[in-house]
Design a protein around this ligand. Structure first.
Ligand code: CTP
Length: 390
C-alpha cells in the first residue's frame, strides 16, 4: 500500500480506539492517511490523536468553512485510493445504505467513486438484526467490501459476531484490496482435507476434516501472488481461484503428490492425514466370512518427512489438531515434527466442518492466541504473516 492514500472514516463505537492502531499500521506500511471522525467517533477518540498519528489534519464536520476552503468534501471524497470505514457502526451502515448525506462521513460515501471498505463493529444482536443484514447486503451489492466482524467477547459483555477484527486481519484486507502480490514468484504446497484409507474396494477409514481451512489457506496464498499446489484429500469443495489442485485419496498418495510438487518455498500442511492405513483386502469383505480383523500399519508422516528432506521448503508450517492440553501438546509437536511454525487448534469443540476456527500460532518465539475467527480470515492472516516473514 506504499504511496496509496486512504481516507479513514472513524465511526462512533467502542472499537474506535482500535482505529488509532490501524492508522499507525497503515502509515508504517507506506500509506498516506486522511482521517475523518464522525460526531459519534469523537466521543471515543479525539481529533488530536488522529491527526497526530496521521500527520494530517482531521476532518470532523461538513460545515467548517476553513476545511471546505482547503479541500471541499467532493474533492476529499475522490482524493483517496480507498475509503476505509473503521469501525462502521450499525447507524453509519444504515445511513450509507439509505443514501443519506447528513454528516461529512455519509456525504463522502455518497459523493465518492472511490472503492469503499467497511469494518463493522457492534453488539451481536445489532449485527444479526435483519435491518443490519439488509443494509450490509445493499452495501455489498453496491460494491462495498465488508470485512466481516469476528466472533468473541464484546465490551457489552455479550459474545458472538460483532467484534472488530484484529489489526493483522484488517491490514490483510487492505493489502488484499490493493492486490499486493508479496508472494509473487514463490511456490507454496498446501495439503488439505482428510485422507481415505481403503479397507476393501468398497469401504474406507476416514476422519472428520472438511478441508475448509486448508482450501482457505491455499486461496489466501494465491491471492498474495504465490503459485500454489493444493494437494487435496477427498472433499467436494470448489478449487480456490488461481490454485493448482491435485486430488488424492490416501496418505501415501498425498505423500507422493507432495514429493512430486517439490521444490517449494513454502509448505503448509493443513491436511488431517490418517496416521494408519489398513492392509486392504483385494475384494469386498463378505459378511458371512466371520468378524473381520483390520490390521493397521503406520502411514508416512508427510510433515516430519519434509522437515528432513534435502528439498525442505524454507517455510514449513504444520497444523495440530488436539483435544485438550492444546498449547503444551502443540509446542511438543512443533519440535517433534521439525516445522518452523505450528498452527494449533482444539478440535474438541466442533471445528470440523464449521466456518470458524480458534487457533494459536506457535512460532518457537512463543505462542499467539488468534481468537475465534472465520477460517478465511485465519487463512488471510497466516498468508500475510508468511509473506511478511519470508
Ligand atoms: N501430518 C502429516 N502426515 C501424517 C500425520 C500428520 O503430514 N501422517 C501433519 C498434518 O498435516 C499436520 C501435522 O502433521 O500438519 C500434525 O497433525 P496431527 O494430526 O495434529 O498430529 P499427528 O502427527 O497425527 O499426531 P497425533 O495424532 O498423535 O496428535
Amino acid at each position: 500500500m506504499h504511496g496509496k492514500t486512504i481516507l479513514l472514516i472513524v465511526g462512533g463505537g467502542i472499537a474506535a480506539y482500535k482505529a488509532l492502531d490501524l492508522l499507525r499500521e497503515l502509515r508504517r506500511a507506506g500509506a498516506r492517511v486522511l482521517p475523518v471522525l464522525t460526531e459519534g467517533g469523537s466521543r471515543f477518540v479525539t481529533p488530536l490523536s488522529l491527526s497526530a498519528l496521521a500527520e494530517a489534519p482531521v476532518r470532523t464536520s461538513l460545515w467548517t468553512l476553513e476545511d471546505e476552503a482547503t479541500m471541499g468534501h467532493i474533492a476529499l471524497s475522490r482524493a483517496a485510493d480507498l475509503i476505509l470505514v473503521c469501525p462502521a457502526t450499525a447507524d453509519l451502515m444504515a445511513r450509507a445504505a439509505a443514501g443519506l448525506a447528513d454528516d461529512l462521513a455519509t456525504t463522502l460515501l455518497l459523493a465518492t467513486d472511490t472503492p469503499v471498505m467497511m469494518a463493522p463493529a457492534m453488539n451481536v444482536r445489532m449485527w444479526e438484526h435483519a435491518a443490519t443484514r439488509a443494509n450490509a447486503a445493499t452495501l455489498v451489492a453496491r460494491g462495498v467490501t465488508i470485512v466481516p466482524p469476528e466472533v468473541g467477547a464484546m465490551a457489552c459483555g455479550e459474545t458472538g459476531p460483532g467484534r472488530l477484527p484484529e489489526l493483522p486481519a484488517l491490514m490483510a484486507a487492505v493489502a488484499a484490496h490493493f492486490g499486493e502480490k508479496k508472494l509473487a514468484g514463490r511456490h507454496a504446497i498446501v495439503t488439505a482435507g482428510p485422507t481415505h484409507e481403503a479397507i476393501d474396494p468398497v469401504r474406507y477409514i476416514a476422519n472428520r476434516s472438511s478441508g475448509k481451512q486448508g482450501f482457505a489457506v491455499a486461496g489466501a496464498l494465491a491471492a498474495l501472488g504465490a503459485r500454489v499446489s493444493l494437494i487435496a484429500g477427498p472433499v467436494t469443495l470448489a478449487t480456490p481461484a488461481g490454485v493448482e489442485r491435485i486430488d488424492v485419496e490416501s496418505a501415501r498418495d498425498m505423500a507422493a503428490a507432495v514429493e512430486a510438487a517439490l521444490p517449494a518455498d513454502i509448505a503448509v500442511m493443513v491436511a488431517a492425514v490418517a496416521d494408519w492405513r489398513v492392509e486392504a483386502a483385494a475384494t469386498k469383505i463378505k459378511k458371512g466370512s466371520g468378524m473381520p480383523v483390520l490390521r493397521l500399519e503406520e502411514n508416512p508422516d508427510i510433515l516430519a518427512g519434509l522437515a528432513q528432506h534435502p528439498l525442505r521448503p524454507g517455510r514449513l508450517i504444520g497444523f495440530a489438531a488436539e483435544t485438550g492440553d492444546l498449547l503444551a501438546k502443540a509446542a511438543a509437536k512443533r519440535v517433534a515434527k521439525g516445522c518452523d511454525w505450528l498452527v494449533a487448534n482444539d478440535v474438541s469443540d466442533g471445528v470440523f466442518g464449521s466456518e470458524d476456527n480458534h487457533v494459536h500460532l506457535l512460532t518457537g518465539a512463543g505462542s499467539e492466541d488468534w481468537g475465534k475467527a472465520s477460517k478465511a480470515a485465519i487463512a488471510r492472516r497466516l498468508a500475510m504473516r508468511i509473506a511478511d516473514d519470508i
